[in-house]
Design a protein around this ligand. Structure first.
Ligand code: HEM
Length: 522
């Protein structure tokens, strides 16, 4: 055995010094030089915006503006929600122009509001735009098709698409109707007698849409899914807080109380999902279940993957199945529940439209349970839902990042710039929708989506291009079924305890609930 090699002490000092210097240069590049370079590249082309100050970017400013916006509620009947729901972007666009720079940590973020440019970014024909990567936070939230890119995204989309084909949706309709019946029966129990009863409809809508996604996509009961929804709600709130600090590398590994709780939640959700998956796998093997719904299709693909000895080309892994389940439990519930909630609030504010929608529903269905053909003939109800999606867009903004240098609308963007597409602002833009952009006028959709705006198409509640919402027909059918059954049985107005306070936590929500008075019709 030879003696251990000994390095001269001086050499160790040199190596340590070089390593520290290298780390310092990397940190400076990330936190200062690169942001400054990108800033200069954008400003030299005439773009203006907030000044880059620190690694936190505009998070502290956003927090201050949010607090200020939330200290005031809005007058009833006012739909000019952007200043309250997106105060940072509203203020920056007012001060620096519609195409302005804000800072997402050390990344510059440029707002894109021209509908043609929004379409160009979301169509991504050049392949120059990618989704923002949230790394570990994404994995903890919902690591599914919504965050995959390239081949993996295409493969998952191919597997998932058939679960939302028209024939499948039609077969889901009885499940939709059963969930809606549970809700309206319960409300009828509360509103027995002639006096109206007060209900905060938002949690009830969350229960309804949670029930629908559990039964229709996973063939499981709401009770099984309930804990997942509760945990996901808490996880989103923690994630929104963490987003302000995520720019500090490794932040999620810090042993803070919030980070520990997020890990616990992620583990518990996975445990419940594994239980649901194992039950369905056993039923599939015993021939007691079909692979017809979303979970069935995912598991079929997973079984093909296992049969192929784990070959990544054949099917998807068990981790992939769990990631997709997490995403669909989230995407299938929260979005549609806020759509239905805002629709009820807005119809309270505009009773003439509530009457018109009810007349139509009663004309088409009487007191029968709505069926597919009837639902696809509802014109007024569809126009109302579109107008609510425009004024109270559930996902208020989408973001993409330039993957390599590219040109968009005459501006050259270096790689690493975030493009912020504030859908809610686009939907409220007077240049796009006319002087009445903040008003509730469902008739603007009377000749379809493409004729509703000046710069058309400019209606993006479900996104655009290849990544357009895979569940949009599911969501609209569910919303029509829910609204039709509510209108068949109740009239409703706002409770005096309701305050109009739309605000954004992931989605556009009613900050203090949605207290509505329900009156039975007969
Ligand atoms: C009113 C209800 C809904 C709204 C407003 C909505 C909105 C959106 C938007 C804007 C996107 C595009 C995101 C992007 O491009 O970054 C999206 C994607 C997606 N949505 Fe929805 N959604 C709704 C309901 C649903 C439902 C019910 C499901 C599932 C059952 C669903 C599943 C998805 C999935 C999986 C994606 C990702 C698609 C992809 O990246 O290929 N959504 N949604």
């Amino acid at each position: 055995m030879g003696s251990p090699v000994s390095f001269p002490r001086e050499l160790l000092y040199v190596v340590a010094g070089a390593t520290i210097a290298w780390c310092a240069v990397r940190a400076l590049e990330w936190a200062w030089w690169k942001p400054r370079r990108l800033d200069r590249a954008l400003r030299s082309q005439g773009l203006r915006g907030t000044a880059y100050r620190s690694v936190a970017g505009d998070a502290p400013l956003a927090e201050r503006l949010n607090e200020d916006a939330r200290s005031r509620s809005m007058p009833l009947g006012c739909h000019d929600v952007v200043p309250r729901a997106m105060p940072l972007f509203h203020q920056t666009m007012k001060e620096h122009g519609k195409m302005s720079i804000t800072w997402f940590g050390p990344s510059p973020r440029v707002t894109i509001t021209k509908p043609a440019l929004v379409r160009e970014v979301l169509s991504n024909k050049s392949g120059d735009f990618e989704k923002l990567k949230l790394g570990r936070l994404q994995r903890m939230l919902h690591n599914g098709i919504g965050s995959h890119e390239g081949e993996k995204w295409a493969k998952h989309r191919r597997i998932i698409n058939p679960a939302f084909h028209l024939e499948k949706l039609k077969r889901m309709l009885p499940a939709f109707a059963a969930c809606c019946t549970d809700l309206v029966d319960r409300w009828e129990g509360l509103a027995a007698g002639d006096a109206p009863c007060e209900v905060d409809v938002w949690p009830d809508m969350q229960n309804l849409t949670g029930d629908v996604i559990s039964r229709a996509a996973f063939g499981s009961s709401y009770l099984e899914g309930r804990r997942i929804f509760q945990l996901q709600g808490e996880q989103i709130e923690l994630a929104v807080l963490a987003m302000n600090k995520i720019h500090i590398p490794g932040y999620l590994f810090f042993p803070t109380k919030a980070n520990r709780r997020m890990r616990q939640i992620a583990a518990e959700i996975e445990r419940i999902l594994k239980g649901i998956i194992a039950k369905r796998e056993n039923a599939l093997r015993a021939g007691q279940a079909t692979s017809d719904d979303l979970l069935g299709l995912l598991l079929e693909s997973n079984m093909a993957h296992t049969r192929a000895g784990g070959n990544s080309k054949a099917g998807i892994t068990t981790d992939d199945v769990i990631g997709e389940c997490k995403l669909f439990y989230f995407a299938g519930m929260e979005t549609t529940s806020v759509l239905l909630t805002w629709t009820m609030i807005v119809l309270c504010m505009h009773p003439e439209w509530q009457d018109r929608a009810r007349e139509e529903v009663l004309h088409v269905f009487g007191d029968r349970t709505p069926d597919y053909d009837g639902l696809s003939r509802l014109r007024i109800v569809t126009m109302v839902l579109y107008e609510v999606l425009r004024l109270y867009t559930p996902l208020t903004a989408l973001q993409r990042k330039t993957y390599r240098p590219t040109e968009l609308g005459g501006v050259r963007y270096p790689a690493g710039v975030v493009l912020m597409l504030p859908l809610l602002s686009v939907h409220h833009d007077k240049e796009v929708w006319g002087a009445d952009a903040h008003e509730f006028r469902p008739e603007r959709f009377s000749e379809g989506i493409s004729k509703a705006s000046v710069d058309a198409p400019a209606f993006f509640p479900f996104g655009w291009g290849p990544r357009i919402c895979v569940g949009q027909s599911f969501a609209l059918l569910e919303a029509k079924m829910g609204l039709a059954m509510i209108l068949q049985r109740f009239s409703f107005d706002l409770s005096p305890s309701y305050t109009h306070a739309p605000f954004t936590v992931g989605l556009l929500q009613p900050e203090h609930g949605a207290q509505v008075r329900l009156k039975r019709l007969h």
